[in-house]
Design a protein around this ligand. Structure first.
Ligand code: SF4
Ligand code: SF4
Ligand code: SF4
Length: 323
């Protein structure tokens, strides 16, 4: 599942060669984490695949069901879409006997917008219809400003923004961290509905610290896991699993505000191996250095995303749970 760094580097090096043309280098670094960055920690080892988060997300965001011909009685989306902002997928291998084990095991994974610290979707949007809150870092889409070019669809390393063809003029939809609930002091609906604490809400700083705390625990020992937020007074005790020793989202693509812990390699969970330098910073640096604003960074981001998607599609592993 890992994105081939060689492929990525080919594109980056091509850009670097361009950057070697006359003109001073104006490298733009990754953007910094916003001061009050909202955060979510999804711990796949706590997830029981109940999909309550999907139901809560649909309800809170007024999204219709997506039933297939095979399962007309149930809401059974195959992936995130213009009508489904959050999906639980399943990784399974061999006999799939043991949860959170790569070989002959299985794991759930929750996929939605990662709320990147330095988002590609915003970098390419020509009308600023994609915006990042300067304080909370929540990435929102503003349909009134959107011209339907769908560059954001191609610029997202996580394949998140989706075009809803059933809308009269089409429309981009994606998870907005339940921003309409956050401003009212409520939790994101997926967090509120999660019965196990697999989805936890707080600041990004708190979520990163909690993730690292869990990684430092002894596998097999007991830990009192919170639900909803770290302030939960009724924590539930559970045996600490063998975590993959990394917080996904701490550095990937310049960092994300949704962080992930898991017991199987992240590549098995459809989470791409993106480099630490954000695609947005690379494309904008090359653009400013060589073309001095004559072209948008779209072509470069398009190239980067092309190799990303090609590799992901080739090696795709997780299967939609409800198939
Ligand atoms: S995950 Fe994709 S849609 Fe979400 S902020 Fe990052 S680039 Fe944008
Ligand atoms: S934060 Fe809100 S919009 Fe995003 S996945 Fe959770 S419930 Fe859905
Ligand atoms: S509600 Fe929680 S436990 Fe249930 S599928 Fe969603 S993240 Fe997993």
């Amino acid at each position: 599942m890992s994105i081939k760094r060689r492929d990525f580097l080919k594109v980056a090096v091509a850009g670097g060669a361009c950057a070697a043309l006359p003109g001073p280098a104006e490298a733009r670094p990754n953007l910094e984490v916003p001061p009050k960055a909202a955060g979510m920690l999804y711990d796949a080892t706590l997830c029981i695949g109940c999909k309550a988060c999907m139901v809560g997300c649909k309800e809170a965001n007024d999204m219709p069901v997506e039933a297939s011909d095979q399962t007309p009685m149930w809401d059974t989306p195959a992936d995130t879409s213009g009508k489904t902002l959050n999906i639980i997928k399943l990784y399974r291998n061999g006999t799939a006997e043991v949860k959170d084990r790569e070989v002959d095991g299985f794991s759930f994974v929750k996929r939605h917008c990662m709320h990147c610290v330095d988002p590609g979707c915003i970098s390419v949007c020509p009308t600023s219809a994609m915006r990042k809150d300067p304080e909370t870092g929540v990435v929102t889409h503003h349909p009134e400003a959107c011209i339907g070019c769908r560059y954001c669809v191609w610029a997202c390393p996580y394949n998140i923004p989706k075009w809803d063809f059933d809308e009269a003029f089409g429309r981009i939809n994606k998870c907005e961290f339940c921003n309409h609930r956050l401003v009212e002091g409520k939790l994101p609906a997926c967090v509120e509905h999660c019965p196990t604490g697999a989805s936890l809400f707080g600041t990004r700083e708190e979520m990163l610290a909690e993730a690292k705390r869990r990684l430092a625990l002894e596998p097999g020992s007991a830990y009192a896991y919170p639900r909803n937020t770290l302030e939960d007074p009724n924590r539930h005790e559970k045996t600490v699993p063998h975590y993959i020793d990394e917080v996904y989202g701490e550095t990937q693509g310049g960092g994300t505000q949704v962080l992930v812990l898991a017991g199987v390699p992240f590549g098995d969970l459809d989470l791409p191996d993106v480099p630490e330098r954000s695609f947005a910073s690379i494309s904008e640096t090359i653009q400013h250095t060589v073309y001095k604003g004559m072209i948008a960074p779209l072509a470069l981001l398009g190239g980067l995303m092309f190799v990303t998607r090609r590799t992901l599609n080739k090696d795709k592993k997780p299967e939609e749970k409800s198939k």
